[in-house]
Design a protein around this ligand. Sequence first.
Ligand code: SPD
Length: 378
Amino acid sequence: MRRFVLWALALGLLAGLAACGGKGTAPTAAPAEQSMETQAPEQAPAQAAVEPAKEIVFFNWSEYIDPEVYDLFEQETGIKVIEDNFSSNEELLAKLKGGVTGYAVIVPSDYMVNIMIQEGLLAELNHDNIPNLKNLAEEWRNVPFDPGNKYCVPYQWGTTGIGYLSDQIDEPQSWAVLFDPNPDAPWYGRATMLDDARESFAAALIYLGYDPNTTDEAQLQEARDLLIKAKAGLSGYDSDTYEDLLASGENLLAHGWSGDFLVAQEDNENIAYTIPQEGGVIWVDNLCIPMSASPEEKLAGEMFINFILRPDIGAKISEYNYYASPNAEAEKLLPEDFLNDPTVYPPQEVRAKLHFLKPVGEAEALYQRLWDEVKAAP
Ligand code: SPD
């Protein structure tokens, strides 16, 4: 309880506590107009007091946060964080649409935030509980998929390209290394693509010179055929261990996310990363609270998001997962070599070739159907 009271103090909510007798009333509980004079029974009843949940579940991509952050958060607030993982935005969406409960904080990417807002799956954030929002860099405050950070707070951003073993093969220049499979290439049968419909279609569409957010059925069918052709040279689809398969030398090439390859360099210094000449994907993952969270989980989730937005914690996370931080104050604490790493912060000429994935409306189902066909093809 002491920790919670300290938290409420830190949020400048002591007045609200005093007005309500001071015992564990959460910042979200008191309506703004409530005062000592408005407590008569005939007045609008005070909302039930909310205390943060003692334990919350954080539904995250794998290996995306320094686990020490959980210990530090627990030491400070008494709230334990349990992590559960998903491998794609579509898996996360399916869970929420299926009515799963028990998640306090989830981490959808940009286009998926948009879809989830439209589906009514996200709760609005109470910014009073997230004062560290002020640390967010200007460019991440009004993202098109969530203007004003009404529902989510950007967590980390990165790119999608190709990782490879630089001591065994030359730097791939084109997505052709995957889409024009050559049995004589050393990586033939030793390459993976992400097990992710939108990401894998984006790679194929970009290679074909199409918009990675196209809704044109003929273009999508062409991309499907290309993905099926590429299967001959793949050892499989993988979004969780592809970087380990490179580090061990089992594979030579992988379609994947920038920071994952940088982390894997700790196990194999020959891992390198490139964005092919045709371009790639840029994305930002976001901390959001599902509508299904209880008031207690929501408050604890907001406290956790606020903690992540602390400059030292934001910097700690980036140093662990090698993704760029949208937190301007955290960036100030990151070392020069990190800030100058072109894999983390692509130079302008590369950025110009990167595309954000966007919601594609009704074509979302078409992408999924065609992806199922790719997966089912021999
Ligand atoms: N290991 C963490 C990977 C985070 C990937 N973010 C996914 C972006 C999807 N477009």
